[in-house]
Design a protein around this ligand. Sequence first.
Ligand SMILES: [Zn+2]
Length: 181
Amino acid sequence: MRLGTMIATLWLVLSLAGGASSSPWLGRRVVVYDYTSPEWRLLIKTAVNQFNAVLPKSAPRFAYQSMRHKSCRDVRPRRGISVCMDADENFDDPFMTAGTSWELGSRGYSRSLVRIRTSAEPDSRVACHEMAHAILGIGEGWTLVDGRMVFPYPDQSCVWGELTSPGSFDVEYARRKYSRR
Ligand SMILES: [Zn+2]
């Protein structure tokens, strides 16, 4: 769930870019390629569908596509969102369960990679959290307090809160992100 410096930097670039096309993803359809293990698949698919259900009409549809199981090492991300399992040693933070990065193209996002730690227990909260990062282009909202992650909207969000499905904060964020197009 933690993001590295690279992602924070991208986020800054996006914030500065601002302006007319602040929507993370443009176009009518963005494919979500799911390379994860069988245990994670239903959770990822469910999260994608839950976001589709609450996104404004002006947002793209996120089309879930099940792929042959591959680890992130073997995935070459294409346009859209790729979700895969990554080896534990590729997470520099021992507490990190998953991470999402974006790549900014000339028109909005071009690719996003969601990496889930191979040893992480299947968890719908993690699935929703990472898909929120990938679909909404939202950064982290939590802060560390006494070594514990504290979320600003615990019962209104699965990314800036602790829900297992999108909440009112996520719906409002999606509306703001995708309404001016
Ligand atoms: Zn996160």
